[in-house]
Design a protein around this ligand. Structure first.
Ligand code: 7TS
Length: 405
């Protein structure tokens, strides 16, 4: 892959030729094709999808439903009835917690891990409080990984739902979701996979992994903000009550009650994000054009370089695994004697964009005995020069904060 050619596809890099954007876990940049797909929707197919019978509305519906089919194929789902469009991973997780949560009973147990982003934690925590469920936590080992032993130890015959991230947004750890889903199924629990950080970086096939639900966000994989995906097995979606009520999710409405639309529309109340779906489809097509195997290879190489560059700098500590490959392009780090916010500000002065804070993972921060970290996160369009700039700037941080060396 010729990264110089690839970067030409991203308008933001033309507008900001001098920044090194290394905050891809927060959101990626978007290709011109994604922006054009959104524009095209509004210019050539704009009417309210799924409503009108006239030709333009049909075009809007087709654009939206074609995007759903592209998503279905991308993640290997059996049917488009299993693909619900949401705003983002957070909304998808809230939908599951609210709607599948309605089927859970007092005393049932939900299992999550200390790695989870707040979006895969608070919905379960609040559901547990409301319904008298027990929330149980899987601990991580010194590399930030969940062992099969730790996983099994947390389960019991009362476990009804397990929700785990595919890749940690702080440590980059990859969970063996296929194995964990299998074990959860053995005891009759459903398995939710938070793919917000995984789907953009490794091929994910729901039929192969056999997860019951998968969530991810368009904006972390070159797509627009405001469009996300919830995959769910049809037999589970059928049992679940709607999440939001209103237009477009009904079959028949009377004064006293209503019946619900067919899947997946039962879970898509109100006017949908047609342009967002078209944009996400364009993002998936871009992934397919580059080829996932090329993306994975490129991100591995860049990750290896970033890990080596950062590890060689005195007073810099990368949290989590001791090998680059286990990080999947995500490196949370500390610099001795310098607050993460100061690190990020100094790097910013050199045009290097990294995130600092708790990364919406405060339970994990406590586990790691820190309040915050600085974090580099890589995408395939990053360059070796950007990593070199990160290294150079990072090497100067302590001196610029007044430390002797
Ligand atoms: N799950 C994981 C693992 C995430 O990393 C994030 C966002 C979410 C869920 C929520 O995604 P959203 O699209 O609904 O916001 N993570 C980050 C991050 O690491 N920095 O900014 C957002």
């Amino acid at each position: 892959m010729d990264v110089r050619e690839i970067r030409k596809d991203f308008p933001l890099f033309q507008n900001y030729p001098d920044i090194a954007y290394l905050d891809n876990a927060a959101t990626t940049q978007r290709t011109e094709s994604v922006l054009l797909a959104e524009k095209k929707f509004y210019e050539e197919a704009n009417a309210n999808p799924l409503r009108g019978l006239y030709e333009l509305s049909q075009k809007a519906t087709d654009a939206y439903e074609n995007a759903r089919e592209t998503v279905r194929k991308f993640i290997g789902a059996k049917s488009t009835e299993e693909i619900v469009f949401t705003r983002n991973s957070t909304e998808s997780l809230n939908l599951i917690a609210y709607s599948y949560g309605a089927l859970l009973q007092e005393g049932d147990e939900i299992v999550i891990s200390v790695l989870e982003h707040h979006s895969n934690l608070i919905p379960w925590q609040q559901l547990a409080k409301k319904k008298g469920l027990k929330l149980k936590w899987i601990e991580i080992d010194e590399n930030g990984a969940i062992t099969e032993e730790a996983f099994r130890k947390t389960l019991s015959e009362k476990t009804k739902l397990v929700s785990l991230t595919l890749i940690s947004n702080v440590l980059g750890t990859l969970n063996d979701v296929k194995r964990f889903a299998q074990i959860a199924h053995e005891i009759g629990a459903v398995f939710v996979c938070d793919g917000a950080q995984g789907v953009p970086h490794i091929p994910v096939n729901v039929s192969d992994l056999d997860v019951d639900f998968l969530v991810f966000s368009g904006h972390k994989m070159l797509g627009p903000m405001g469009i996300g995906v919830l995959y769910g097995k049809k037999e589970l979606f059928e049992k679940m009550p709607p999440f939001l009520y209103g237009g477009e999710m009904i079959e028949y409405v009377g004064k006293e009650d209503a019946t619900w639309a067919e899947l997946p529309h039962k879970f898509e109340a109100g006017t949908v994000n047609g342009a967002g779906a078209a944009g996400l489809e364009a993002a998936i097509k871009y992934y397919e054009k580059i080829g996932f195997e090329n993306i994975v290879k490129r991100e591995e190489e860049l990750g290896e370089l970033a890990f080596r560059t950062m590890s060689e700098i005195p007073h810099v500590t990368i949290l989590g695994a001791k090998d680059a490959a286990s990080h999947h392009g995500i490196f949370s780090f500390m610099v001795d004697g310098v607050h993460p916010h100061d690190i990020a500000e100094i790097l910013s002065a050199d045009g290097v964009c990294v995130r600092a804070g708790h990364h919406c993972a405060q339970v994990l921060m406590k586990e790691l005995q820190v309040n915050s970290t600085a974090r580099v996160s890589i995408a395939f369009y990053n360059t070796e020069e950007e990593i070199a700039r990160l290294g150079e700037s990072l090497r100067s941080v302590r001196r610029r904060m007044g430390h002797a060396e």
